[in-house]
Design a protein around this ligand. Structure first.
Ligand code: RFL
Length: 403
């Protein structure tokens, strides 16, 4: 008997085994539970970790509509704040775009991801949902059959298994779902954009009433409000940089220079409580299904945070997948499930395209050779067009807040 066979002899079963309690897994779980479809969520981390992991904050209007449609928006209606202005700062001056008056006329809602995740898991558990914290999915077995099963390990290393009709891989880029895909089963489109950011969370109130995008010869700097007491900042850094090489003093000095605080107003300083290096990368899997295994959220595709789309795509995919699973399992209609991958990929590629556009807008091409100087002039022309052309501004607003 092999190891995996001995694990298979014990265990539980349900309709849909969901890997990961992030936005994708938890929206999916709530929608399945509401529709009477059996599911379990297996989450590697403990509850405290899941509820305090600070990441995204900017939710698109469509994301809010999805959450409202399914009664998942009470917390963000109470605690979220509308946000609709971004400010671009360059060596030529600064300008602001109020995107609630451009394009489709929609604002963002700023609501920290960890609070959304807390709302979603609290509701799921209160409604009787089955969520196993500290339970790591080790591998998905037999995904090309109608009885896929997930090998698990708890915090003490004890093995277990869950069998389902379907498995939803919502466990991010490094999760078990991706690892379990047989070689060649899906294509992975991958792009390293060659740019890294120091992603910072400061215990300091926002310094301006706008998202700040500062383009400086020393590199990009970004400012995004999270709550009245906390602000996310980004600093472009050399790929391969260690966060430890950036002291708090160096961080604030560099933010002050790149944000041109001397010209446009001092920054509110505070303790830096998170500092991680984020390499701007994209990857997209195609298709987002292998047999009975489906991928959603970051597991389906990673998008650089330059355009703040990741959590929004995760919520959108979860709704599409939930409705398709309900059609298959409750109404014996497999059609929507067969179209899941194509529907999601259309949204993912559109977001990738805009994210790449943002990366090219915000960063100088490296070097001083002819090609770099040519690209820099194109970038300046792009910024100028965004400053002066209403058509360009409408296009920007549509893509910036749309999903
Ligand atoms: P998550 O949130 O990573 O959740 C996956 C969950 O799976 C668990 N897990 C496993 N569980 C069981 N077994 C395993 N083997 C497992 N492996 C992993 C993990 O513990 C975790 O709980 O994925 P999901 O649900 O797909 O959601 C994706 C979003 O979290 C992500 O795209 C966004 O945070 C991206 N992002 C932003 N997106 C936005 O839409 N707007 C933003 O403003 C925004 N800002 C950001 C961001 C991402 C950032 N980082 C992390 C690069 C800012 C930053 C700094």
């Amino acid at each position: 008997m092999t190891d995996s066979q001995s694990v298979r002899d014990t265990g539980d079963s349900t309709d849909v085994v969901i890997l990961g309690a992030g936005p994708a897994g938890l929206v999916l779980a709530n929608l399945l539970l509401d529709a009477g479809v059996g599911c379990v969520v297996l989450e590697r981390a403990d509850r405290e970790h899941v509820q305090t992991r600070a990441r995204a904050g900017f939710l698109a209007a469509n994301t809010v509509r999805v959450l409202e449609r399914h009664g998942l928006a009470d917390g963000l209606r109470r605690g979220g704040r509308e946000h609709s202005v971004c400010e671009f700062r360059t060596g030529d001056g600064r300008f602001r775009l109020d995107y609630s008056g451009l394009g489709r006329g929609e604002p963002h809602t700023v609501y920290p991801q960890q609070e959304l995740v807390t709302d979603l898991l609290t509701r799921f558990l209160a409604a009787g949902g089955d969520l196993r914290f500290a339970t790591e999915a080790v591998a998905v077995h037999d995904p090309d059959t109608t009885q896929p099963w997930v090998e698990t390990r708890d915090a003490d290393g004890r093995p277990g298994r869950w069998t389902g009709r379907y498995v939803a891989g919502c466990d991010g880029r490094h999760g078990a779902a991706r690892r379990s895909l047989p070689p060649g089963a899906v294509r992975i489109h991958r792009r390293d954009h060659g740019v890294s950011w120091l992603g910072l969370l400061a215990e300091a109130p926002p310094s301006l009433d706008a998202v700040g995008y500062a383009m400086h010869e020393r590199g990009f700097a970004g400012h995004m409000a999270r709550t009245p007491e906390t602000t996310r900042y980004y600093l472009q850094c050399e790929p391969g940089t260690s966060p430890a090489s950036w002291s708090e003093e160096r961080i604030w000095d560099e933010l002050t220079v790149r944000m041109r605080a001397a010209d446009y107003g001092a920054l509110h300083h505070g303790r830096i409580v998170q500092s991680t290096v984020v390499d701007l990368e994209s990857d997209v899997l195609e298709p987002l299904r292998h047999g009975s295994l489906f991928l959603a959220g970051d597991a389906a595709g990673l998008i650089s945070p330059s355009a703040a789309k990741g959590a929004n795509l995760a919520v959108l995919a979860a709704e599409i997948l939930a409705e398709a699973l309900v059609d298959d399992l409750r109404n014996a209609d497999p059609g929507p499930l067969s179209r899941y991958s194509a529907r999601c990929l259309a949204h993912i590629w559109r977001a990738q395209e805009f994210s790449l556009w943002m990366i090219r807008l915000l960063h100088r091409a490296p070097g001083q050779d002819d090609e770099a100087l040519f690209q820099e002039q194109l970038r300046r022309a792009r910024v100028e067009s965004l400053r002066t052309s209403r058509t360009h501004q409408d296009w920007f607003a549509d893509n910036y807040v749309g999903i």
